[in-house]
Design a protein around this ligand. Sequence first.
Ligand code: 8YV
Length: 309
Amino acid sequence: GVLMACPMNTYLEQELEKRFNLHKFWTVPEKSAFLTTHKNSIRAVVGNAFAGADAELIEALPKLEIVASFSVGLDKIDLAKCKEKGIRVTNTPDVLTDDVADLAIGLMLAVLRRLCESDRYVRSGKWKKGDYKLTTKFSGKRVGIIGLGRIGLAIAKRAEAFSCPINYFARTEKPEIKYKYYPSVVELAANSDILVVACALTEETRHIINREVIDALGPKGVLINIGRGPHVDEPELVSALVEGRLGGAGLDVFEHEPEVPEELFGLENVVLLPHVGSGTIETRQAMADLVIGNLEAHFLNKPLLTPVV
Ligand code: 8YV
Protein backbone atom coordinates (compact mmCIF):
# COMPACT_ATOMS: atom_id res chain seq x y z
CA GLY A 1 0.00 0.00 0.00
CA VAL A 2 1.03 3.60 -0.69
CA LEU A 3 -0.22 6.48 1.44
CA MET A 4 -0.51 9.89 -0.22
CA ALA A 5 -0.31 12.59 2.45
CA CYS A 6 -2.32 15.35 0.75
CA PRO A 7 -3.62 16.28 -2.72
CA MET A 8 -0.74 17.38 -4.97
CA ASN A 9 -1.07 16.38 -8.62
CA THR A 10 -3.82 14.60 -10.53
CA TYR A 11 -1.49 12.84 -12.95
CA LEU A 12 0.61 11.52 -10.05
CA GLU A 13 -2.52 10.30 -8.28
CA GLN A 14 -3.74 8.47 -11.39
CA GLU A 15 -0.37 6.87 -12.08
CA LEU A 16 0.01 5.74 -8.46
CA GLU A 17 -3.50 4.27 -8.53
CA LYS A 18 -2.57 2.20 -11.61
CA ARG A 19 0.45 0.70 -9.86
CA PHE A 20 -0.29 0.52 -6.15
CA ASN A 21 -3.05 0.22 -3.61
CA LEU A 22 -3.28 3.98 -3.08
CA HIS A 23 -4.72 5.52 0.08
CA LYS A 24 -5.52 9.24 0.02
CA PHE A 25 -4.93 10.34 3.59
CA TRP A 26 -6.84 13.61 3.22
CA THR A 27 -10.04 11.74 2.36
CA VAL A 28 -9.80 9.61 5.51
CA PRO A 29 -12.11 10.94 8.25
CA GLU A 30 -10.71 8.90 11.16
CA LYS A 31 -6.95 9.09 10.67
CA SER A 32 -5.79 7.14 13.71
CA ALA A 33 -8.31 4.33 13.19
CA PHE A 34 -7.19 4.18 9.55
CA LEU A 35 -3.54 3.91 10.57
CA THR A 36 -4.31 1.12 13.03
CA THR A 37 -6.17 -0.82 10.32
CA HIS A 38 -3.52 -0.34 7.62
CA LYS A 39 -0.28 -0.18 9.60
CA ASN A 40 0.91 -3.57 8.37
CA SER A 41 0.30 -2.92 4.69
CA ILE A 42 1.52 0.64 4.06
CA ARG A 43 5.09 0.49 2.77
CA ALA A 44 5.41 3.93 1.18
CA VAL A 45 4.34 7.51 1.89
CA VAL A 46 4.15 10.15 -0.84
CA GLY A 47 4.44 13.67 0.59
CA ASN A 48 5.18 17.19 -0.60
CA ALA A 49 5.89 20.70 0.68
CA PHE A 50 2.68 20.75 2.72
CA ALA A 51 2.50 17.27 4.25
CA GLY A 52 5.11 14.55 4.52
CA ALA A 53 6.04 12.10 7.23
CA ASP A 54 6.57 13.42 10.74
CA ALA A 55 7.76 11.32 13.67
CA GLU A 56 4.18 10.48 14.65
CA LEU A 57 3.24 9.10 11.22
CA ILE A 58 6.52 7.18 10.95
CA GLU A 59 5.95 5.59 14.36
CA ALA A 60 2.41 4.65 13.32
CA LEU A 61 3.63 2.77 10.22
CA PRO A 62 5.98 -0.06 11.26
CA LYS A 63 6.20 -1.45 7.70
CA LEU A 64 7.15 1.89 6.13
CA GLU A 65 10.13 1.47 3.77
CA ILE A 66 10.23 4.68 1.76
CA VAL A 67 9.03 8.29 1.81
CA ALA A 68 8.96 9.78 -1.70
CA SER A 69 8.46 13.54 -1.70
CA PHE A 70 6.85 15.43 -4.57
CA SER A 71 9.16 18.37 -3.75
CA VAL A 72 12.82 19.24 -3.49
CA GLY A 73 12.35 20.59 0.04
CA LEU A 74 12.35 17.93 2.74
CA ASP A 75 11.26 20.01 5.72
CA LYS A 76 8.01 18.07 6.21
CA ILE A 77 9.90 14.79 6.65
CA ASP A 78 11.60 13.73 9.87
CA LEU A 79 14.88 12.78 8.21
CA ALA A 80 16.61 11.76 11.46
CA LYS A 81 13.81 9.34 12.28
CA CYS A 82 13.93 7.89 8.74
CA LYS A 83 17.69 7.38 9.04
CA GLU A 84 17.31 5.75 12.43
CA LYS A 85 14.66 3.34 11.13
CA GLY A 86 16.31 2.60 7.78
CA ILE A 87 13.49 4.25 5.83
CA ARG A 88 14.57 5.52 2.43
CA VAL A 89 13.75 9.11 1.38
CA THR A 90 13.63 10.60 -2.12
CA ASN A 91 12.84 14.09 -3.43
CA THR A 92 12.51 15.79 -6.84
CA PRO A 93 15.64 17.90 -7.39
CA ASP A 94 16.91 19.36 -10.70
CA VAL A 95 13.65 19.04 -12.65
CA LEU A 96 12.20 22.12 -10.89
CA THR A 97 15.35 24.25 -10.70
CA ASP A 98 14.64 26.28 -13.87
CA ASP A 99 11.06 27.07 -12.89
CA VAL A 100 11.90 28.22 -9.38
CA ALA A 101 14.81 30.35 -10.61
CA ASP A 102 12.64 31.80 -13.39
CA LEU A 103 10.03 32.72 -10.81
CA ALA A 104 12.61 34.37 -8.55
CA ILE A 105 13.67 36.63 -11.43
CA GLY A 106 10.01 37.20 -12.27
CA LEU A 107 9.38 38.38 -8.73
CA MET A 108 12.38 40.73 -8.86
CA LEU A 109 11.07 42.30 -12.05
CA ALA A 110 7.51 42.35 -10.76
CA VAL A 111 8.47 44.17 -7.55
CA LEU A 112 10.96 46.64 -9.02
CA ARG A 113 9.06 47.41 -12.21
CA ARG A 114 5.70 47.24 -10.43
CA LEU A 115 4.25 44.86 -13.01
CA CYS A 116 1.23 43.78 -10.98
CA GLU A 117 0.41 47.33 -9.89
CA SER A 118 0.73 48.52 -13.49
CA ASP A 119 -1.58 45.79 -14.70
CA ARG A 120 -4.16 46.84 -12.09
CA TYR A 121 -3.70 50.46 -13.21
CA VAL A 122 -4.64 49.58 -16.78
CA ARG A 123 -7.53 47.30 -15.86
CA SER A 124 -9.08 49.77 -13.46
CA GLY A 125 -9.18 52.48 -16.14
CA LYS A 126 -6.83 54.77 -14.15
CA TRP A 127 -4.49 55.09 -17.15
CA LYS A 128 -7.05 57.32 -18.85
CA LYS A 129 -7.06 59.67 -15.88
CA GLY A 130 -3.40 60.35 -15.18
CA ASP A 131 0.28 59.77 -15.58
CA TYR A 132 1.82 56.63 -14.26
CA LYS A 133 4.66 56.98 -11.80
CA LEU A 134 8.20 55.80 -12.52
CA THR A 135 9.56 52.51 -11.16
CA THR A 136 13.00 51.12 -10.28
CA LYS A 137 15.58 49.67 -12.66
CA PHE A 138 16.42 45.98 -12.19
CA SER A 139 19.47 45.47 -14.44
CA GLY A 140 22.69 46.00 -12.51
CA LYS A 141 21.20 45.75 -9.02
CA ARG A 142 23.28 43.87 -6.43
CA VAL A 143 21.66 40.48 -5.84
CA GLY A 144 22.44 38.65 -2.59
CA ILE A 145 21.59 34.96 -2.54
CA ILE A 146 21.11 32.92 0.63
CA GLY A 147 21.89 29.30 -0.22
CA LEU A 148 23.95 28.63 -3.32
CA GLY A 149 22.64 25.17 -4.13
CA ARG A 150 21.05 24.14 -7.40
CA ILE A 151 18.32 26.79 -7.25
CA GLY A 152 20.55 29.55 -5.86
CA LEU A 153 23.07 28.98 -8.65
CA ALA A 154 20.34 29.02 -11.31
CA ILE A 155 19.11 32.38 -9.94
CA ALA A 156 22.69 33.71 -9.96
CA LYS A 157 23.18 32.65 -13.59
CA ARG A 158 19.98 34.41 -14.66
CA ALA A 159 20.74 37.56 -12.65
CA GLU A 160 24.20 37.68 -14.23
CA ALA A 161 22.49 38.06 -17.61
CA PHE A 162 20.92 41.24 -16.18
CA SER A 163 24.43 42.51 -15.26
CA CYS A 164 23.70 42.09 -11.56
CA PRO A 165 26.71 41.70 -9.25
CA ILE A 166 26.14 38.48 -7.29
CA ASN A 167 27.04 37.89 -3.65
CA TYR A 168 26.04 34.96 -1.47
CA PHE A 169 25.75 33.50 1.97
CA ALA A 170 26.00 29.75 2.63
CA ARG A 171 27.07 27.56 5.53
CA THR A 172 30.55 27.43 4.03
CA GLU A 173 32.36 29.33 1.31
CA LYS A 174 32.41 27.51 -2.03
CA PRO A 175 36.00 27.76 -3.30
CA GLU A 176 35.17 27.01 -6.95
CA ILE A 177 32.56 29.82 -7.10
CA LYS A 178 33.49 33.25 -8.45
CA TYR A 179 30.77 35.15 -6.55
CA LYS A 180 31.71 37.00 -3.36
CA TYR A 181 30.99 35.11 -0.15
CA TYR A 182 29.67 36.81 2.98
CA PRO A 183 29.96 34.74 6.17
CA SER A 184 26.98 36.56 7.71
CA VAL A 185 23.48 37.14 6.36
CA VAL A 186 23.38 40.64 7.90
CA GLU A 187 26.56 41.58 6.06
CA LEU A 188 25.18 40.14 2.82
CA ALA A 189 21.91 42.07 3.30
CA ALA A 190 23.83 45.30 3.94
CA ASN A 191 25.56 44.82 0.58
CA SER A 192 22.47 43.83 -1.45
CA ASP A 193 19.73 45.70 -3.28
CA ILE A 194 17.80 42.45 -3.62
CA LEU A 195 18.09 39.59 -1.14
CA VAL A 196 16.85 36.14 -2.20
CA VAL A 197 16.12 33.20 0.08
CA ALA A 198 17.08 30.01 -1.78
CA CYS A 199 18.26 27.66 0.95
CA ALA A 200 16.64 24.60 2.51
CA LEU A 201 14.50 25.05 5.61
CA THR A 202 16.27 23.53 8.61
CA GLU A 203 16.58 24.35 12.31
CA GLU A 204 19.51 26.65 11.44
CA THR A 205 17.74 28.53 8.64
CA ARG A 206 14.37 29.06 10.37
CA HIS A 207 13.87 32.85 10.67
CA ILE A 208 17.17 33.44 8.89
CA ILE A 209 15.45 36.66 7.79
CA ASN A 210 14.96 38.46 11.09
CA ARG A 211 14.67 42.11 12.17
CA GLU A 212 18.43 42.68 11.96
CA VAL A 213 18.64 41.34 8.40
CA ILE A 214 15.61 43.36 7.31
CA ASP A 215 17.12 46.54 8.80
CA ALA A 216 20.42 45.84 7.01
CA LEU A 217 18.57 45.43 3.69
CA GLY A 218 16.89 48.76 4.41
CA PRO A 219 14.19 51.03 2.99
CA LYS A 220 15.36 50.59 -0.61
CA GLY A 221 16.04 46.86 -0.33
CA VAL A 222 13.83 44.12 -1.70
CA LEU A 223 13.34 40.66 -0.21
CA ILE A 224 12.50 37.72 -2.49
CA ASN A 225 11.41 34.45 -0.89
CA ILE A 226 11.03 31.36 -3.07
CA GLY A 227 12.19 29.06 -0.24
CA ARG A 228 9.86 28.43 2.66
CA GLY A 229 7.69 30.78 4.72
CA PRO A 230 9.39 29.98 8.04
CA HIS A 231 12.70 31.25 6.64
CA VAL A 232 11.26 34.68 7.42
CA ASP A 233 10.07 36.13 10.71
CA GLU A 234 6.80 37.11 9.06
CA PRO A 235 5.46 39.60 11.65
CA GLU A 236 8.82 41.43 11.46
CA LEU A 237 8.63 41.48 7.65
CA VAL A 238 5.06 42.78 7.70
CA SER A 239 5.83 45.59 10.14
CA ALA A 240 8.95 46.59 8.18
CA LEU A 241 6.90 46.79 4.96
CA VAL A 242 3.99 48.62 6.58
CA GLU A 243 6.35 51.12 8.24
CA GLY A 244 8.44 51.62 5.09
CA ARG A 245 11.62 50.26 6.68
CA LEU A 246 11.92 47.76 3.80
CA GLY A 247 11.62 48.72 0.13
CA GLY A 248 9.53 45.80 -1.09
CA ALA A 249 9.05 42.07 -1.19
CA GLY A 250 8.26 39.31 -3.67
CA LEU A 251 6.90 36.32 -1.81
CA ASP A 252 5.97 32.89 -3.15
CA VAL A 253 5.84 31.30 0.31
CA PHE A 254 4.39 32.19 3.71
CA GLU A 255 4.67 31.03 7.29
CA HIS A 256 1.12 29.66 7.54
CA GLU A 257 0.01 28.84 3.98
CA PRO A 258 -2.55 29.43 2.63
CA GLU A 259 -2.89 32.24 5.21
CA VAL A 260 -1.22 35.47 4.06
CA PRO A 261 -1.03 38.50 6.39
CA GLU A 262 -3.80 40.81 5.23
CA GLU A 263 -1.74 43.90 6.07
CA LEU A 264 0.19 43.09 2.86
CA PHE A 265 -2.88 43.20 0.61
CA GLY A 266 -2.90 46.98 0.37
CA LEU A 267 0.83 47.39 -0.35
CA GLU A 268 1.81 48.05 -3.99
CA ASN A 269 5.52 47.34 -3.38
CA VAL A 270 4.72 43.73 -2.54
CA VAL A 271 3.95 40.85 -4.92
CA LEU A 272 2.23 37.82 -3.43
CA LEU A 273 2.12 34.39 -5.09
CA PRO A 274 0.43 31.14 -3.91
CA HIS A 275 3.56 28.89 -3.68
CA VAL A 276 3.85 28.27 -7.42
CA GLY A 277 7.64 28.14 -7.88
CA SER A 278 7.55 24.70 -9.48
CA GLY A 279 4.01 25.09 -10.74
CA THR A 280 4.24 24.51 -14.48
CA ILE A 281 2.61 21.64 -16.36
CA GLU A 282 6.00 20.46 -17.61
CA THR A 283 7.77 20.49 -14.27
CA ARG A 284 4.95 19.00 -12.22
CA GLN A 285 4.81 16.12 -14.73
CA ALA A 286 8.58 15.59 -14.43
CA MET A 287 8.31 15.69 -10.62
CA ALA A 288 5.50 13.11 -10.71
CA ASP A 289 7.53 10.85 -13.01
CA LEU A 290 10.44 11.06 -10.55
CA VAL A 291 8.23 10.08 -7.61
CA ILE A 292 6.87 7.12 -9.56
CA GLY A 293 10.35 6.16 -10.80
CA ASN A 294 11.74 6.21 -7.27
CA LEU A 295 8.91 4.05 -5.91
CA GLU A 296 9.22 1.56 -8.77
CA ALA A 297 12.99 1.36 -8.35
CA HIS A 298 12.58 0.77 -4.64
CA PHE A 299 10.04 -2.03 -4.99
CA LEU A 300 12.14 -3.67 -7.74
CA ASN A 301 15.22 -3.48 -5.51
CA LYS A 302 16.96 -1.18 -7.97
CA PRO A 303 19.00 1.93 -7.12
CA LEU A 304 16.79 4.93 -6.30
CA LEU A 305 16.80 7.76 -8.88
CA THR A 306 17.10 10.67 -6.42
CA PRO A 307 17.86 9.32 -2.93
CA VAL A 308 18.33 11.59 0.07
CA VAL A 309 18.41 8.98 2.84
C1 8YV B 1 5.78 22.23 -4.40
C2 8YV B 1 8.12 22.75 -3.32
O1 8YV B 1 5.14 23.43 -4.26
O2 8YV B 1 9.78 21.44 -4.30
C3 8YV B 1 9.43 22.04 -3.31
O3 8YV B 1 10.12 22.07 -2.28
O4 8YV B 1 7.82 23.55 -2.50
C4 8YV B 1 7.20 22.44 -4.43
O5 8YV B 1 7.77 22.08 -5.59
C5 8YV B 1 4.99 21.18 -3.75
O6 8YV B 1 5.68 20.14 -3.20
C6 8YV B 1 3.89 20.76 -4.67
O7 8YV B 1 3.06 19.81 -4.17
